[in-house]
Design a protein around this ligand. Structure first.
Ligand SMILES: Cc1ncc(COP(=O)(O)O)c(C=O)c1O
Length: 441
């Protein structure tokens, strides 16, 4: 194998020697696709239903309150809002979120101070994914993920050169029996216990699947049995339209030991780059240490605005938004059924995404995107973006109970219904279906 220096010295005409990971990991497909302006945007998970009136009111209310404080001679208090804060977050927001999390099934201590300390604020839950990887992974360590997996998890894992063992999923998400077998095989093959299992239990990204309660319990039991951390990414927890919500895996973790529970404000409030998490006691100090070296703290004014939103607005405005996402999801599913060539697609109960797999195994969704879809004003994310790169990726194959080098189908796509109104979704999916049908004739 090349050393990082050999890899890099040829690369840059100015002689900069980039870190090895920069050659291993390509730019995120979603960030790349954000550069193309298309009419029918089905690529990234951009929230399309944000409570804009509420936000203008919150800005006004907070602005007036700060102005009042200045007039009353309390400039010092206002100065704090535009300043550095504790790395772990702004306490009033942490308290409001702790109360909400408890109502949502997350175990919380009774003591007020401990409750506040149970919630760690991050600069987007993307930072939590990076930070957990940063404190747990050395090159060659092992992480278990679903196949396919959220590509925002793949980036940090690749940067830290983790071996990524992907485990098969079905229409209900990751299959716990295979997770346990993959752990056993990982121990045999790599002589290491995986450092964590990454899973999105509610409305997965990219597949849109929701894990049944039985699987949630099974995963928790596996975590305890093998003493492996579960990273439960609940980014879409509040964008759920499937009836009563299921208990998070975190709800079984009564002593706060094995599950890192990650939430974001991006989908349910606005993209202010604030996430929040409940971290197991054994990792919280290292986590905050790492976050501190990344950003010192998360923007305080954003946290002040979000405290207002979670305290006074979310319960009034979110149900309407969720209803609208439900409508968009329904429209997308109906349009895929009506216009797409034969294939399988998921039927999400929440979140932003439908996953489609063409019956034609030879179909290449990546080249179709470049050569046909983008030229016709439509985009989506090819499914290939949600699998690890070859040098780091593995696949647990249930057929022979072996861990093999990664392989994955190219005939898949992730379609986001979050951004566009239903009329544009049906028009765009009709157009994409026509193009696919012509291409696959
Ligand atoms: C599953 C999942 N996790 C994490 C994130 C990152 O969210 P944030 O905006 O909080 O960084 C996203 C964003 O799309 C996501 O889909």
């Amino acid at each position: 194998m090349n050393t990082p220096n050999q890899l890099t010295s040829e690369i840059h005409e100015y002689g900069f020697r980039f870190a090895a990971w920069t050659h291993l990991i390509p730019e995120s497909e979603i960030r790349r696709l954000l550069r193309y302006k298309v009419k029918y945007y089905f690529a990234g998970g951009k929230p399309g239903v944000l409570p804009l009136e509420a936000w203008t009111q919150i800005l006004k209310d907070v602005g007036e309150e700060l102005y009042r404080l200045i007039r009353e001679g309390k400039k010092r208090d206002v100065l704090e809002i535009f300043n550095y804060e504790k790395t772990a977050g702004f306490d009033p927001l942490r308290k409001v979120l702790a109360d909400r999390l408890e109502k949502d099934g997350v175990p919380m201590p009774k003591d007020e101070k401990e409750r506040i300390n149970s919630v760690t604020i991050v600069t987007g839950s993307q930072q939590a994914l990076f930070t957990i990887t940063n404190i747990l992974i050395d090159p060659g360590d092992i992480v278990i993920t679903p196949a396919p997996v959220y590509l925002g998890m793949l980036g940090p894992l690749g940067m830290h050169q983790a071996n990524i063992i992907t485990v098969p999923t079905d229409e209900h998400g990751i299959i716990p029996e295979f997770v346990e077998k993959a752990i056993g095989k990982a121990i045999e093959k790599f002589r290491r216990i995986p450092d964590f299992i990454y899973v999105i239990s509610d409305a997965d990204n990219p597949k849109g699947t929701t894990l049944p309660v039985k699987r949630r319990k099974q995963l928790y039991e596996i975590a305890v049995k093998y003493k492996i951390l579960i990273v439960e990414d609940a980014a879409y927890r509040d964008i759920y339209f499937g009836g009563e919500k299921l208990p998070p895996i975190k709800s079984f973790d009564k002593n706060n030991e094995y599950v890192a529970y990650l939430r974001t404000t991006s989908k349910e409030a606005a993209v202010l780059r604030v996430g929040y998490c409940v971290l197991p006691r054994p990792i919280v100090d290292e986590f905050i240490k790492s976050k501190g070296y990344q950003d010192l703290c998360t923007s305080v004014i954003s946290q002040v605005l979000l405290k207002e939103y979670y305290e006074k607005w979310i319960d009034k405005v979110l149900p309407k938004a969720v209803e609208e996402y439900k409508r968009r999801c329904k429209t997308m599913i109906e349009s895929v059924n009506q216009y797409f060539p034969p294939g399988f697609h998921t039927k999400p109960q929440g979140g932003f995404f439908v996953w489609y797999e063409s019956d034609k195994r030879g179909f290449n969704a990546s080249s179709f995107l470049e050569n046909v879809a983008l030229k016709n004003n439509v985009n989506y994310v090819p499914g290939a973006a949600f699998y690890p790169v070859e040098s780091l990726g593995y696949y647990y194959n249930p057929d022979n109970n072996e861990i093999e080098r990664i392989k994955f189908p190219l005939n898949t796509m992730r379609l986001s219904y979050s951004l566009l109104p239903p009329e544009d979704i049906s028009e765009g999916i009709k157009l994409l279906g026509k193009l696919l049908n012509e291409h696959l004739k």
